[in-house]
Design a protein around this ligand. Sequence first.
Ligand SMILES: NS(=O)(=O)c1ccc(C(=O)NCC(F)(F)F)cc1
Ligand SMILES: [Zn+2]
Length: 265
Amino acid sequence: MAPWGYSKENGPATWHKDCPIANTGVRQSPIDLITTGQTCAKYDSNLKPVIVSYPAFSEATFLNNGHSVQFQPSAGNLSELSGGPLTKKYKFEQFHFHWGNNDSEGSEHRVNGKMYPAELHLVHWNSESPNFSSFQEAVGSNDPHALCVLGFFLKVGAENASLKPITDLLSKVKNAGSSVSFPGKFDLKAVLPETLTDYYTYDGSLTTPPLAECVKWIVFKEPIEVSTAQMEAFRAVDDGHGKPITGNYRPPCPLHTRTVAASFK
Ligand SMILES: NS(=O)(=O)c1ccc(C(=O)NCC(F)(F)F)cc1
Ligand SMILES: [Zn+2]
């Protein structure tokens, strides 16, 4: 079967063929974050602010892998995550994006059915587990919280100066499989809201094959603003079949018996 993607032939509805957990899993991601009614997110006063320590990256690769664009620091990156619902310290691995071909679609998570034009994922792995000592081992570990992904919605508004170094680089990785070494330093901390207090959190999975059910998800309530031009830059990135990636988001999955906690009322 052709490698997975987001077209009719190889998109989310076909992933179960190579990846049965797509249809049989009971903690799949993304989900629709419902804030009112029966199955809604429940306020948990014990949830603390998320703590990130992201010193500016000095060396990183920016890659178009055909299904997203990904920023991955080279070895020696010391960025860490703790707090929130986490009991351990997590190491930063990479960040990437999901987007649509118009402003009414693109995010993976939804809020009461509403999609945002894009979603930023900051991927981390538990660096204090005795069972694994690398990201790849963590993914394959079956540990329910081997990974923690921070999700931030993007919405169209003012230009985001902190993300400009990234969106300005998109034209350089237009072709699938292309990558560039990131010029200079990148300050990821500057991209994020100052206070990481208001978020939804739940147990889920990778949103792309192998759809491993090993992710503690933390999705922040406050969107990050980017300009229309910055959104358009994502929509010019190619998928390896001579077409732009115009919707690399998986539709929401059933909640099953899961509950979603909210750190805010
Ligand atoms: N969209 S997401 O859920 O944040 C997401 C995060 C990371 C990966 C990833 O590293 N896949 C490659 C691996 F690890 F070999 F399976 C996939 C999806
Ligand atoms: Zn993602």
